[in-house]
Write a protein that binds this ligand. Structure first.
Ligand SMILES: Cc1cc2nc3c(=O)[nH]c(=O)nc-3n(C[C@H](O)[C@H](O)[C@H](O)COP(=O)(O)OP(=O)(O)OC[C@H]3O[C@@H](n4cnc5c(N)ncnc54)[C@H](O)[C@@H]3O)c2cc1C
Length: 394
C-alpha cells in the first residue's frame, strides 16, 4: 500500500476539507471530547440523537454520506480510500459521533448484498440520510458468542411472520426506527442453517424495549422482548433459513468498523502523562512508547483491510486479527490511564478530558466484547487462518 495521496486523492482531500470548513467548526483542544451517551431518554441523549441526525442529513445533502455506497442508493460511488480520507478530515471538526453504525455500517452493506430490490429501494436512502435509525437484534441471553444457538422463533401465519423471544445488548434500540433481526425458522438442531434474517419495525405491537445500565454509568443498550410481533413476509432478507450469510456479512462489517475505531487515542494519553508530570519516568515512557507502537500497528492492520476492500476483496477472517489487536491495546491503555493518575484514577473527575479518559478505562470492554470477544477472535484466527483443528463444540 502507498501511504501518500495520489494527485486525485489529494484533490479529493482538499475538496472534503473545504466543504467541511464551510459546514462545521474545527475541533480544538478545548472542544468537548467525543460524546459519551448518558441515560436512555435523557435530554442529553435526545439532543445527541437530534444533532447526529441533522449532521447526517447535511452530509447526505452535500453528497458526503456513504462515500462508498452506490449512487443509486444516495451514496457517492467513491472508493474505500476516499471514505478513509473523508473520515480523517472529518475528525478535525467538531461534529457529533455517529449513531448510525448498526444501520449504515452493518445493516446497509448486508441489505445491498442480500436484500431484494424492493427492500433496497425502500430502506437504504432513508438509512443513509439518517432519517431512520437502525439497531441490531442478534444476541440473546443464551446466544452471544454461540450465535447459532439463538432461540427467538418466527412462525409463518399466512403472509405474516409471528415472532416470539428475547434479545439483549441491543445498542440504540430505544431510539431506533428499525432493526435487523435474526430468528429461528428451522429446527434448533439445524443450528445456523435454520436461521432467517428479518427487517423489524421497532414500533410494532409486542416490541418491549428495556434499557440496561452499564458500569460506565450510561444506558445505551437494551433488553428487547418480542411477544407475538408481526413482520410482513416481504421483510425476510434473502432465503428462508438462509439468514446466516447476511448475518456473516453484518458481523464482518462490525469487526472491520470496530477495529477502524483504533484511531487517535494516543495523543490524549500523552496529554494525561504530561498533566501528571510523569513523562520523565522511564517506566511510563516505556509504556507510552509501547502504546504508541501498538496503536500504529492497529492503524496499519486497519489499512490492510482497507487495501483488500479497495481491491474489491471482502474483509474476511483477517478482520479478526485487527479486532483482536485493538482489544489488546485497549486493555493496555486502560491500565496506563489508571496508573498515570494514581489514586486519583479511582475518583470521578469533573474535568471533561479526564472524564473522557476514565470512560475509556471502564468502557474498554465494550469494544473488547462487542462484535465477538477476544477468545472468539482467537478461535477464528486459529481455525480459519492458521488451519488448526476446530474448537470442540459443547
Ligand atoms: C458495547 C456492546 C454493544 C453491543 N451491541 C449489540 C447489539 O447492538 N446487538 C447485538 O445483537 N449484540 C450486541 N452486543 C452483544 C455482543 O455481540 C456479545 O456481547 C458478544 O457476542 C459476546 O456474547 P455474550 O456477551 O453473550 O458472552 P458469552 O458468549 O456468554 O461469553 C462469555 C465468555 O465466554 C467466552 N467464550 C465463549 N465461547 C467461547 C469459546 N468457544 N472459546 C473460548 N471462550 C469462549 C467469551 O470469550 C467470554 O469471555 C453488544 C455487546 C457490547 C459489549
Amino acid at each position: 500500500m502507498d501511504f501518500n495521496d495520489t494527485p486525485e486523492e489529494a484533490a479529493f482531500r482538499a475538496e472534503a476539507r473545504t466543504w467541511l470548513a464551510a459546514h462545521a467548526a474545527p475541533r480544538t483542544t478545548g472542544s468537548a471530547p467525543p460524546a459519551t451517551l448518558t441515560d436512555a431518554f435523557s435530554a442529553e441523549e435526545t439532543d445527541h440523537v437530534r444533532r447526529s441526525k441533522a449532521w447526517q442529513a447535511t452530509l447526505y445533502d452535500g453528497g458526503w454520506a456513504g462515500i462508498t455506497w452506490p449512487k443509486e442508493y444516495g451514496g457517492r460511488g467513491g472508493t474505500t480510500i476516499e471514505a478513509v480520507i473523508f473520515a480523517e478530515e472529518q475528525s478535525h471538526f467538531d461534529v457529533p459521533g455517529s449513531i448510525f453504525t448498526q444501520g449504515i455500517g452493518m445493516g446497509g452493506p448486508a441489505l445491498m448484498a442480500h436484500g431484494s430490490e424492493d427492500q433496497k429501494d425502500r430502506y437504504l436512502a432513508p438509512m443513509l440520510r439518517g432519517d431512520e435509525v437502525w439497531c441490531q437484534l442478534f444476541s440473546e441471553p443464551g446466544a452471544g458468542s454461540d450465535l447459532a444457538s439463538l432461540t427467538t422463533r418466527a412462525e409463518l401465519d399466512g403472509d405474516t411472520w409471528i415472532v416470539n423471544g428475547q434479545k439483549v445488548w441491543t445498542s440504540s434500540a430505544h431510539y431506533s426506527d428499525f432493526g435487523i433481526l435474526l430468528a429461528r425458522t428451522g429446527e434448533p438442531a439445524d443450528r445456523s442453517r435454520g436461521i432467517s434474517y428479518f427487517l423489524l419495525d421497532m414500533r410494532s405491537l409486542g416490541v418491549d424495549i428495556r434499557p440496561l445500565r452499564q458500569m460506565t454509568g450510561s444506558a445505551h443498550f437494551n433488553e428487547v422482548f418480542l411477544t407475538d410481533v408481526a413482520i410482513p413476509a416481504a421483510n425476510l432478507v434473502g432465503r428462508l433459513n438462509g439468514g446466516w450469510a447476511a448475518a456473516m456479512t453484518t458481523l464482518t462489517s462490525e469487526r472491520t468498523l470496530i477495529s477502524a475505531l483504533g484511531g487517535d487515542r494516543f495523543p490524549r494519553l500523552l496529554e494525561l502523562a504530561q498533566a501528571h508530570a510523569r513523562t520523565a519516568d522511564p517506566r511510563v515512557r516505556q509504556s507510552l512508547a509501547q502504546s504508541y507502537i501498538g496503536f500504529q500497528l492497529v492503524k496499519y492492520l486497519g489499512w490492510r483491510q482497507l487495501t483488500a476492500l479497495s481491491q474489491g476483496r471482502e474483509p474476511g477472517p483477517e478482520s479478526s486479527i485487527a479486532k483482536l489487536a485493538l482489544s489488546v491495546r485497549l486493555g493496555e491503555m486502560g491500565d496506563l490511564i489508571m496508573a498515570l493518575q494514581g489514586p486519583a484514577g479511582t475518583l470521578i473527575s469533573a474535568e471533561p478530558q479526564v472524564m473522557y479518559l476514565d470512560s475509556l478505562f471502564v468502557g474498554q470492554w465494550s469494544s473488547r466484547f462487542g462484535g465477538g470477544t477476544e477468545q472468539v477472535q482467537r478461535n477464528i484466527i486459529a481455525e480459519r487462518i492458521l488451519g488448526l483443528p476446530r474448537d470442540p463444540a459443547v
